[in-house]
Every structure is written in C-alpha cells, then in structure tokens.
Design a protein around this ligand. Structure first.
Ligand code: ADP
Length: 475
C-alpha cells in the first residue's frame, strides 16, 4: 500500500459542519481498493478527544503557540487518525471554528496554523513508523501545510482540495513571525492577500496540484464571478487545477436498507416513505409533487429565491417540507411561509435521521444554490429516486441531467436545471416539474435513471488515486 496523509479540520463521523467532513470521512475507505492507505490528521477538539480509544504519542512539540502539543496515533469511526492534542487551542466547548454563540474563535489563524504545522512535520519526518508519499490538504484550515513543506524543503508532493473558496483564512500581516511565515514569501505569488496573510492562497500557490469537487466548479473558480478574489491565482494554476466529483456513502444512503425509512428498491416503493414523511410534517394528500429542502439556511443556498417562487409550486398542488437552520432572517421567513399554509411545512433545526426520511419520502428535492462546489443532497436525491431541481451551477450541473425535450425523448433526464439563478427561473422549473410529475411515466423514468447513477465514491477515489500517482510515481 502507498501512503497518503489527509489534513483536515473536520471529518465524519467525528466532527462535521458541512460537506468537507463527508469527503474527508469517505475518501480513506474508498482509496483502499486503489492501493492507498490514507491517514487523517485532525485537531483534538473536545468531541474528537472524547471519541478516541487507545492512543499512542507519535510526535511531541514542547510548545506550539503557547502550550505543549502532541500528535496522537489513534483509530475511531473506522478511520486511522493522527490527532493534534493541543488543549490550549482545541479543548473548548462550541464548534470547530466558533464558540457556542457562533462567534469565530479569535485565535483561528493560530489554531489552524498549528494543524498545518503538524501536517508538514508528519510529511517531513513521518510519525511512528508511518510516512506519507502524498499529502492531501483541505480548505484554508490546512492551507499552510504545503507552504510549511516548501519552507522546510520537504520533497513530498501535495494536493490541495478547495471545498469552499468563500473562506480565505485571513490573518493580519503583524502575525507573520508568530505563524512562522517567511517575509520573503509575503508576496503576490506567495500568501500575501491585500496586505494580509491568506492561508488559502498559501495552499493554492504552494501545493503541487489543486482540485475542487466538481469539473464545473473548477471552471467557475477561474472567473471573477465565482473566484472570490482568487480567480487570478487559479487561472495561473489552470494546468494544475482539476475537478473531481464528491461521492456519497451508498451504505448510509441506501433506500433498500435505511433504518430511518421504510425500505424500497424502486420508485413505486417510495409510497410508504412518503406517507411517513407526510405524517411527520402534518401534510395532507395532494395532486402535485411533495418537494423537500435539506440545507443550511444561508445566502449561498439561494433559498430566498424559493420563498419568492413558492406560489408556482403550491398553486399547482405541490407541497414543500423544509429542514434547515442558519440565517435568522431566512428562518423567520420560512416559519412565516409555514404559518397557516396547509402545503408548506418547515422544521428549523439540524436532524440527520429526519433528513433521511425527507429525501426518501419526497418526490423532488430543491437545491437552488447561487454557487455549489459539488452539493450532496442532490446526490442523495438521485439515489432515492427523488428528482433533483437544481440551480445551473457548479457540481449541480455535473450531476443532474436536465429534462429538456431532447433528454426526455431520449430517456436520459434525471432532474431539472434552474437557469439563470432567479426566482422566475426557479418558478418555471417548479412548473415544469409539476407538469411532468402529473404525467406519471416520464417522471418514473427520471426517478429510475437517477437511481441508476453511480453516486458512490468508487469513481472519485480512482481519480484521486490517479492524481496522487501522477505526482508521486511508485518507486
Ligand atoms: P454544504 O457543505 O455547503 O452545507 P453540501 O450539500 O455539500 O452543502 O452538504 C451538506 C450536508 O449537510 C449534507 O449531508 C446535508 O444532508 C447536511 N445537512 C444540511 N442541513 C441539514 C439539516 N438541517 N439537517 C440534517 N442534515 C443537514
């Protein structure tokens, strides 16, 4: 087996705030078949430390930004882990990036510089008897790893994956020395960004290869509209940037064996799940499709467009059940849309089990994101015969085949694209979906097409393995 070190700030099943955690948790298992053993370096947040069984110290640091630290070797949740045990930085109540009131930890630059340093040290020296052939880092939290490796002359190749370019990992220039950053690299081709330090840019400039989580998002990132200030950097690295779609865990998301859902193997079998979902949300029978949303409520997800387009669905007999949390204004607007409306049901919160029932029981899932690096819920939808209605952006383009007249005639459609990203366009897509739903056969064909799509990790893992092998040829 060849060795890959993954450096990440979150990883299923130990700690998750978004899709990054799903990727980091799934990739190690899927890479085994490709001949790669992946070990994962994670911060020792309280929730992570509490989940560890037996541990062994693999590296020690006398002092890292104000306290002693160790890299522990451990296993948990089926993963081989290196955990950075630095209680002064990670032993806290609250989330990985913010306190329980949602405020970012003020020392985030230090916390994740430390994670990155530990990754670079494992790359340079190995840990225990294990040393990586490739280092794979995720998002800004691990962005300094390729830089520290460059600084130290470590010759192990690296891959950086961009899951969400909106977060740059900025720190003031005054922290250069403290973070161990060389002033000679405080330049446009290094990690300097508008007079400050960007950990994300460090990764983009110093990693051997760059990936993001879909081919379409890789193209979009090189444009000013989506690059969020880093499109120029990415255009310069166009040759090294590629898109590899995320997969989903097809054991966890399996309509034929999902503990949260009455089992089914084909579209007609969804009936019992639909009834259970209606009961859960207090929704009655209806002529139109039962649509769901499972999402963070943030501007990115475009759900304000759905609020405006909702009449197009409910006036044609459709229904909406939404599960989500986040932006208080959106939460309030969805609560208000639910209030007294028999066809709209809203649950504010985060509920993994309920999300399974919703995706199984629904006819369609709506994902109207303004940008979407890959998106996972439309993949769950495909797997469960729940037709995705998605914005024409990022990974949503690459994973859903629009029900154009041509695609319907040739029988390959799997869902609906919304283009452009406006409430009007979403309303039109909802009308198209409602009409097709009432046609029965064409709808069932779309459901079956979706259920046949290869949405697991096998293909993606093969692409990552090929990328690793291209920069770290077997000896
Ligand atoms: P992002 O990472 O931008 O939030 P993704 O679609 O890539 O978007 O991943 C979101 C993940 O979080 C999915 O697994 C989705 O099911 C889950 N999720 C989001 N909101 C909720 C919620 N309120 N309850 C349960 N699961 C949720």
């Amino acid at each position: 087996m060849r060795h890959a070190l993954s450096v990440t700030s979150e990883c299923v099943p130990l700690v998750k705030t978004g899709g990054l955690a799903d990727v980091a948790g799934a990739l190690p298992g899927a890479l085994v078949a490709e001949g790669w053993e992946m070990r994962t370096l994670l911060p020792g947040y309280s929730v992570v430390m509490d989940a560890l069984g037996k541990t062994k110290a693999a590296l020690t640091f006398e002092s890292l930004f104000g306290g002693p630290a160790k890299v522990l070797q451990a296993s948990a949740g089926g993963l081989k882990l290196f955990v950075l045990d630095a209680p002064h930085l990670f032993k806290r109540d609250g989330g990985p990036y913010s306190d329980s009131g949602g405020r970012d930890w003020p020392d985030n630059p230090q916390r994740f510089a430390v994670l990155s340093l530990a990754g670079a040290r494992i790359a340079a020296e190995g840990a225990g008897k294990w040393a990586p052939d490739v280092v794979h880092v995720h998002d800004w939290q691990a962005g300094l790893t390729p830089y520290y490796m460059h600084r130290d002359g470590t010759r192990v190749p690296s891959v950086m994956t961009i899951h969400n370019i909106a977060f740059h990992g900025l720190a003031p220039a005054a922290q250069l020395d403290q973070l161990g950053l060389d002033r000679a690299d405080f330049t446009e081709s290094g990690f300097e960004y508008w007079g400050g330090i960007s950990a994300l840019k460090a990764g983009l400039n110093f990693a051997t290869k760059l990936t993001t989580v879909s081919p379409s998002y890789a193209r979009e990132l090189m444009t000013p509209e989506f690059g969020m200030g880093l499109d120029g950097v990415l255009r310069q690295r166009a040759e090294d940037l590629s898109g590899i779609l995320n997969g989903i865990d097809t054991d966890v998301w399996n309509p034929a064996g999902d503990p949260n859902v009455p089992a089914y193997k084909s579209p007609p079998g969804k009936r019992r799940a639909k009834a259970a979902l209606r009961k859960e949300f207090g929704l009655g029978e209806a002529d139109g499709p039962l649509c769901v949303v499972v999402s963070r409520l943030s501007d990115q997800k475009g759900l304000d467009l759905l609020l405006d387009a909702l009449p197009a669905l409910v006036d044609r007999g459709g229904q909406l059940a939404l599960l989500g949390s986040g932006d208080p204004t959106l939460e309030g607007r969805f609560r208000a849309a639910d209030n007294g409306h028999p066809s709209v049901a809203v649950r504010i919160g985060y509920d993994e089990a309920l999300s399974h029932l919703m995706i199984a029981g629904a006819d369609a899932i709506i994902v109207p994101s303004r940008f979407e690096p890959c998106g996972l819920t439309q993949l769950y939808g495909l797997r469960y015969g729940t037709v995705p209605i998605v914005a024409y952006t990022g990974g949503l383009i690459d994973t859903v085949i629009d029900a154009t007249p041509m695609a319907l005639r040739t029988g390959v459609a799997t869902g609906f694209h919304v283009h452009p990203a406006t409430a009007d366009a979403l309303a039109r897509a909802l009308m198209r979906a409602t009409d097709l739903y009432k046609e029965g056969d064409a709808w069932r064909l779309m459901q079956r097409n979706g259920m046949k799509m290869p949405v697991g990790w096998e293909r993606s893992a093969a692409e990552y393995a090929a990328l690793y092998a291209s920069i770290a040829p077997a000896p």
